[in-house]
Design a protein. Structure first.
Lengths: 228, 463
């Protein structure tokens, strides 16, 4: 199963960005480039929050360019405000099962399993403002996982975390996506994140140009520049 | 309660002149009370537009005087204020939360429950408290539209006890009771929602709206039309009647207008001086108890009745100075002091943010406390300061206020001049003066607050 964007042009106000890529479910993709080059706009376009004005976005041989965000095969993790501040961690995660989902026996079992997986069981009854930044990220990941969408879109959601914590969360993500055969599309301006995630890369330039690279060709071409 | 559906409808729909309407709502804060009273009488009074329509439909005319009149007047003044602050609240909902709701497929009910209700719980009690206190401490609407002792308010009772009965001890008892009740309410509101704040920034995000259905669309339309008719019809009526009765300003009118400007300038100066000093004192105070005490004490000024404050000044000073000759000074001073809580609600959040962000830097650089204000707070909070000054100036210009306690026949402000015209049934002149007062309040507010009607996307350091 593939997700492919062919000459997908995404409009964000007066600015638009075009990109081409294809990713097989189970593999990962990084949208990499400097700030302001349109990476987040592409991610918002994929998720359905910005219009795709040209080209097509295809998943499992079906066009998904025009469908509602909730019906797309994605779950997007934002840079911040991923959790509702008035709901406990477990209630936030429960929302992943639907706005009307009740915390009945069956659902609480599902929620608890996910809480265990991300190591937040003890924090399940706490409010987002009462837990650490890393724990908030894990809670948001838990809600994404419970939705069982095949592709996770990450818009630099760990920008506020320190290096070690970020790697810990990325390791958790890699572990659960491998186990459940999920894909990650990550927006980042940090080459270390791209390297850690692995997978193919769409390189964004400041002039609005985007280029798709397979993993190996990207690192063989840019390794020297990126590490300097 | 009315402001919630109205502000929601205005925020989440696109319609003709939307931005202009929001801008105008912003300056309706400063509607002079006497103008509101005249407007209410003209629209809802026995010969008003509504009653003419009612009569045309062969129904019996209704009287505006009494509780309905008091309520209508207060709604006309406070509804735009509440709507404006709630639009700010709606615009402050994080974009990510709205997108998250779309991603999770929230319907209208879930969107309200998880996104809108938490915002309302956070800011509505603060708005409620400000409006409640304002209504409790305003006597002129109840005085004119109350229609008799059956529909009186506590503040009006204090006014009548002081002016007509001269019973100062009874007035003191009433005002103490009022002070206790209002302070209790203020503490209760502060306990649940934190300190009062007035946010003047609106950031309209056109692509970020909650889910809508055909029914909610029509409900929104109903509220927008209702609000526009209710708010703009009375004001347009006053302006049109003022234009119809336009005349060469008399010397008295010019003198009163000058006096009003003088009072407003003095009030603004005193208010700004005290407010800035208090903000600095609060953010710099390290002892927590003292900090809270100063903060709560400063906000509690809002619970003091202007009449009681004025009477206290009267009793303190009448043996030492000629009160009538110094009426303008005393009115300016009183207005300035009593509006400190409003300025604090605007300025203090910004002061706290700057202290949190740059406090350590100021210490490291070794900025003297006296320079902190000039070098950091004032430049970074320029827009909030202008907004606060504009509000105090315009409110002061339109306020009948405590000058009624001090002034003789020879000296007065524009609202007082208007009050006398209404009292002597010189309505043609009264409409003209109302229009002047209205324009003076609006234009001064507009000029001080940037000279720019565009309230959108004003980003500043405190945001």
């Amino acid at each position: 199963m593939f997700l492919s964007a062919s000459k997908c042009q995404i409009k964000n106000g007066g600015f638009s960005v075009q990109c081409d890529f294809s990713v097989e479910i189970g593999n990962h993709l990084s949208l990499f480039g400097p700030s302001g080059s349109g990476k987040s706009s592409v991610l918002l376009g994929l998720a359905g929050f910005l219009p795709i004005i040209n080209g097509d976005l295809v998943y499992d041989d079906k066009s998904i360019s025009k469908i509602e965000p909730k019906d797309r095969p994605f779950d997007l993790l934002f840079q911040e405000n991923n959790l509702f501040p008035h709901l406990t961690v477990s209630r936030n995660i429960l929302l992943g099962l639907g706005a009307k989902a009740k915390m009945d026996l069956q659902n609480s079992h599902i929620v608890n399993e996910i809480l265990d997986l991300v190591g937040l069981y003890k924090e399940r009854n706490r409010l987002p403002q009462d837990i650490s930044g890393g724990q908030r990220s894990r809670a948001a990941i838990a809600r994404s996982l419970i939705r069982k969408k095949p592709i996770l879109l990450l818009d630099e959601p760990f920008a506020a975390l320190d290096f070690e914590l970020k790697n810990e969360i990325l390791a958790l993500l890699l572990r659960v996506t491998r186990k459940n055969n999920l894909s990650i599309i990550l927006v980042s301006h940090d080459p270390r994140d791209v390297q850690y995630l692995g997978g193919d890369v769409v390189l964004f330039s400041e002039n609005g140009q985007t280029d798709f690279y397979k993993n190996k060709s990207f690192w063989s071409k840019f390794s020297y520049k990126l590490h300097s | 309660m009315l402001a919630i559906p109205i502000s929601r409808a205005i925020y989440r729909n696109e319609f003709f002149c939307k931005n202009q309407i929001i801008s105008v709502i912003g300056i309706l804060f400063v509607l002079p009370i006497l103008v509101v009273i005249l407007a209410v009488i003209n629209v809802f009074g026995i010969n008003g537009i509504i009653n003419q329509f009612v009569s045309f439909l062969a129904f019996e005319k209704f009287s505006i005087y009494g509780l309905v009149g008091i309520l209508t007047g207060h709604i006309l003044i406070n509804l735009p204020f509440a709507v404006r602050l709630l639009i700010s609240g709606w615009s402050m909902i994080p974009t990510e939360q709205v997108r998250l709701a779309k991603q999770l497929g929230f319907n209208t009910q879930a969107f309200f429950k998880h996104i809108e209700l938490p915002m309302l719980v956070k800011i509505a009690p603060s708005i409620f408290t400000i409006i409640f206190l304002y209504c409790s401490l305003t006597f002129s609407i109840a005085l004119v539209l109350g229609g008799g002792p059956s529909a009186t308010t506590m503040e009006l009772a204090i006014y009548q006890t002081i002016i007509f009965e001269g019973d100062l001890s009874a007035a003191a008892r009433l005002s103490t009771l009022q002070l206790i009740l209002l302070t209790f309410l203020l503490i209760l509101a502060t306990r649940f929602t934190g300190n009062m704040f007035i946010e003047q920034t609106i950031i309209l995000k056109n692509d970020i709206r909650g889910p809508k259905t055909v029914l909610t669309h029509w409900i929104d339309c109903f509220f927008i039309i209702l609000f526009c008719l209710f708010i703009f019809l009375p004001i347009l009526l006053i302006i049109s009647k003022g234009l119809a009765n336009i005349a060469i300003p008399t010397d008295n009118l010019i003198l009163s207008a000058m006096n009003s400007i003088l009072v407003a300038m003095l009030a603004t100066f005193i208010n700004l001086t005290f407010s800035l000093a208090l903000c600095l004192l609060i953010v710099d105070e390290k002892r927590k108890f003292l900090k809270i005490l100063i903060e709560v004490g400063s906000f509690s000024i809002i619970c003091i009745s202007p009449l009681v404050f004025g009477t206290a000044l009267f009793l303190l000073l009448f043996e030492h100075i000629d009160l009538s000759a110094n009426a303008l000074l005393l009115t300016g001073f009183t207005n300035g002091v009593l509006m400190i809580p409003i300025s604090l609600a605007i300025l203090l959040p910004g002061f706290k943010k700057i202290k949190a962000r740059y406090g350590k830097l100021m210490n490291i650089i070794g900025v003297p406390r006296t320079s902190e204000l000039a070098k950091f707070y004032v430049p970074l909070l320029k827009k909030s300061i202008r907004f606060s000054c504009a509000l105090v100036f315009a409110l002061s210009i339109g306020d009948l206020g405590i000058i009624v306690l001090f002034s003789g026949d020879d000296i007065g402000t524009l609202p007082m001049y208007l009050y006398r015209l209404i009292g002597s049934y010189r309505m043609d002149e009264a409409y003209f003066v109302s229009m002047i007062l209205l324009l003076l309040a609006f234009i001064s507010f507009w000029l001080i607050e940037n000279g720019n009607l565009n309230v959108f996307k004003r980003k500043q350091m405190s945001d």
